[in-house]
Design a protein around this ligand. Structure first.
Ligand code: GAL
Length: 419
């Protein structure tokens, strides 16, 4: 559901943000409502999430079963597998860590997480960062306690534990507040939702600790238009991903048109990675990872790290592909053209380089039926020297070059200047 929120933004006084701006300060227009205090202060500090966050999140593999031990193991595995060296540095606890609030309203973790501060210390001792999960309602999606009316208290608690990342998931806020307060007024419901995300954004900014702020409200009401002004470093653009091609591809298609909203410190989030999970074939895992890299998406693995197959590890740690995702310009790919079931996406990279992705999205277009890459439609002219990022081989890209791809596989090229 993507409704226009121009009116809502005006009501909330969030007109200081324009999507193309790289910093909140640059977005301030004469006569505009002053930027929120945290946005102005942020201009002087290093940009948080200057490149898309990378790490691992517990939900896609563990769901509600995650424990302190699983998080420690995940930290150990990120180091042992080389994923940390490849850039994965957040270990994010998703839903189901929460226990009860005490008489002072202070939240305590449940028995699966005996000492959150000690866990944060452990993760930090590995050179990694720790993420946590909550939501603006009374309950999270797994029906654990949310942060409603305890936003400042919770943000300060996370900071005291040493938390570095918060995923804030809408869940019961819909019933608790949006439909309870404005049953028949969709616009008011969205205003309430945006205000709730603003509240936690302010609480995090005031906590004194840099905490990456991840909005998870499934892309409702075009968060790319308003989330950066609330201090959001990333915002989900879609519903939940699942570990199958239809889900991955449907999400990919929803990202066309969102490129201009991404940039250093503020990213579109097409949801966490399912690489290595479910029924995805190797070609599909490659395409999923390639597309997320092209989209400058957060790369949050969600697989079973201790039992990761070598071929899955090779995908997740392909440094050339990760370098596309993490390119410091932060320019998300756009879809250059689609000819039937084959799509071509391009992305500008720092130093004048370019990434080109060709995806065979068809379920029955075979590799021996080559697709011809039309460089003119990309504003390019061959021959161009480049590298095939999945074979690792140098390649000369020519006009109308034949590309042979099995169903759901991807050709990912870097052309131009060396990285
Ligand atoms: C969903 C969210 C998932 C996961 C889950 C936990 O709303 O999209 O990524 O966090 O809640 O309950």
């Amino acid at each position: 559901m993507r409704l226009s929120c121009t009116v809502l933004i005006a009501v909330l006084g969030l007109t200081t943000f324009t999507a193309t701006a790289q910093t909140p300060a640059a977005a301030t227009k004469p006569n505009a409502t002053p930027a929120p205090a945290h946005a102005t202060k942020a201009a002087a500090k290093p940009i948080l999430a200057a490149t898309p966050p990378m790490g691992w999140n517990s939900w896609n593999f563990f769901n509600g079963r995650v424990t302190d031990k699983d998080i420690r193991n995940a930290a150990d595995e990120l180091v042992a597998t080389g994923m940390k060296d490849a850039g994965y540095n957040y270990v994010n606890i998703d839903d189901t860590w929460q226990g009860d609030r005490d008489a002072d309203g202070v939240m305590h973790a449940n028995s699966k997480f005996p000492d959150m501060k000690a866990l944060a210390d452990y993760v930090h001792s590995k050179g990694l960062k720790l993420g946590i999960y909550s939501g603006p309602g009374t309950k999270t999606c797994a029906r654990f306690a949310g942060s409603l009316d305890h936003e400042v208290q919770d943000a300060n608690l996370y900071a005291s534990w040493g938390i570095d990342y918060l995923k804030y998931d809408l869940c019961s806020f819909r019933a608790d507040v949006m439909t309870a307060k404005a049953p028949d007024d969709k616009a008011e419901q969205m205003r309430l939702m945006i205000a709730a995300y603003d509240k936690m954004g302010n609480a995090l900014a005031a906590s004194g600790r840099p905490i990456v702020y991840s909005l998870c409200q499934y892309g409702w009401d075009s968060p790319w238009e308003w989330a950066p002004a609330l201090g959001g470093n990333l915002w989900r653009t879609t519903g939940d991903i699942s570990a199958n091609w239809n889900s991955v591809y449907a999400i990919t298609e929803e990202q066309a048109g969102l490129a201009k909203y991404a940039g250093p410190g503020h990213w579109n989030d097409p949801d966490m990675l399912e690489v290595g999970n479910g029924r995805l074939t190797l070609a599909e895992n490659r395409s999923h990872f390639s597309m997320w890299a092209m989209l400058a998406a957060p790369l949050l693995a969600g697989n079973d790290l201790p039992n990761m197959k070598p071929e899955v590890k090779a995908i997740l740690t392909n440094k050339d592909v990760i370098a596309i995702d993490q390119d410091k310009l932060g320019r998300q790919a756009t879809r250059a053209y689609a000819d039937g079931e084959v799509e071509v996406w391009t992305r500008s990279l720092s130093g004048g380089a370019k990434a080109i992705l060709v995806l065979n999205a068809g379920s029955d277009r075979t590799a021996n039926h080559p697709f011809h890459l039309d460089l003119a439609r990309l504003g390019l002219h061959g021959p161009l020297k480049g590298k095939d990022l999945w074979t690792g081989k140098d390649i000369t890209v020519t006009n109308n070059m034949p590309v042979e791809l099995v169903s759901h596989d991807t050709l990912l090229l870097r052309i131009g200047a060396a990285k």
